[in-house]
Design a protein around this ligand. Structure first.
Ligand code: ADP
Length: 366
């Protein structure tokens, strides 16, 4: 039977488990054997117990759980050629040449490197006598499918990454909770949310939570924004609002590219508006926790699609990452998806905000 491996890598995201389950059960129902790689790429490099046969039941009872049951890791070894040689050897020794990776843009670029290097690595291993020439010839290519697992929703080409919806729900719940206490005391709260270079979680939660003001990396505020923000908050109070809520993305920055920290925003409001503003950094509660209904079904669908992609791929098939656009699954060329994603912060740094947003929304499906 065909053998397929699945791993999760980079930052964990709610819904990764649903995706692993989707991959496993789809592949098994198509007659394939499934291997789970533990602790991300490190499990591939280490081999041994890091790569385990996965059964139907192993993928049970994880659908609704947060985090990733098969573990994740930021593997330094896999960044080296030597590490990837070990990883490839551990796979072919087990007769595995199909791989599904669920991770962020870092993990997916690592996957692209691995796929590209694979034929050379097979030659290297055969030349060194570490695998037989037949084994090398029998696995001429690594056939892959990538899925984007990241709460940040930062990958170009997909409407929603695995975990983003769950994180958004958690943030909005937190904003509601803080709003209640803030209103009781007529206070101002600054709330810092995750997202790295991407302001998605901050912007969407600010709208859904009815915040007064939001700072995101994609649209740095113009000079003098501090006064304008504070005037906005005072206007709200004058109109009868009992609390003020400001959402700050962790990647918020000014037009010079200097970070706008949530503590700076808090201190600025305290100073200009002469009231004590409080700061809440939501931290890792945003990332952990149960996946939302959307993340469960979308990740199941993505996992199903990734298994089919990996199983039907041929050595000539390009590497793809699967995403969701509108109401359908899309196939995105892997290298291009990663390159475009990395170009967005560069365009923002260069001050070309419109081009950055255009790039993020452009359709380049396969
Ligand atoms: P994320 O996938 O969430 O963006 P990272 O950027 O930390 O997280 O990437 C996760 C892992 O993927 C890294 O620890 C490393 O093992 C692997 N990786 C990332 N980039 C590369 C690369 N260019 N080459 C090989 N491996 C990589």
């Amino acid at each position: 039977p065909v053998r397929i491996a699945v791993l999760t890598s980079g930052g964990d995201a709610p819904g990764m488990n649903a995706a692993v389950r989707g991959v496993t059960r789809t592949a098994m129902s198509r007659g394939a054997e499934v291997f789970a790689v533990y602790e991300g790429y490190q499990g591939l490099v280490d081999g041994g117990d890091g790569i385990r046969r996965f059964t139907w039941n192993d993928a049970g009872n994880i659908l609704g759980k947060g985090g990733t049951a098969i573990g994740t890791f930021r593997s330094k070894d896999f960044r080296t050629h030597e590490g990837r040689v070990e990883a490839a050897k551990n796979l072919v020794e087990r007769g595995i040449d199909r791989l599904v990776v669920i991770g962020g843009d870092g993990s997916l670029s690592g996957l692209d490197v691995f796929r590209t290097e694979w034929p050379t690595i097979m030659e290297e291993l055969a030349d060194a006598g570490r695998i037989s020439a037949e084994m090398a010839a029998g696995h001429p290519a690594l056939m892959i499918a990538g899925l984007v697992g990241s709460i940040d929703n930062d990958l170009v080409g997909t409407d929603s990454t695995i975990g983003a919806d769950s994180a958004l729900h958690r943030i909005v719940d937190a904003i509601d909770a803080i709003t209640a206490t803030a209103a009781s005391h007529q206070r101002c709260f600054v709330i810092e949310v995750m997202g790295r270079h991407c302001g998605y979680l901050a912007l969407m939660s600010a709208i859904a939570g009815g915040a007064d003001y939001v700072l995101i990396p994609e649209l740095p505020p113009a000079e003098g924004w501090e006064e304008q923000m504070c005037a906005e908050l005072r206007r709200g109070r004058a109109a009868g609002r009992r609390e003020s809520i400001v959402v700050v993305a962790e990647g918020a920055q000014d037009r010079n590219g200097d970070p706008i920290t949530s503590e700076y925003v808090r201190a600025t409001i305290s100073r200009i508006n002469n009231e004590e503003a409080r700061l809440t950094n939501l931290g890792h509660v945003q990332r952990g926790g149960k996946p939302s209904a959307y993340d469960r079904w979308a990740s199941t669908w993505l996992g199903y699609s990734a298994a089919l992609e990996a199983l039907t791929a041929t050595p000539a098939t390009e590497g793809v990452v699967l995403g969701i656009r509108g109401s359908g699954i899309v196939r995105l060329p892997l290298a291009e998806a990663v390159a475009r994603t990395r170009r967005v912060p560069e365009l923002i740094a260069a001050g070309d905000y419109e081009a950055a947003m255009g790039l993020r929304n452009e359709d380049f499906t396969d």
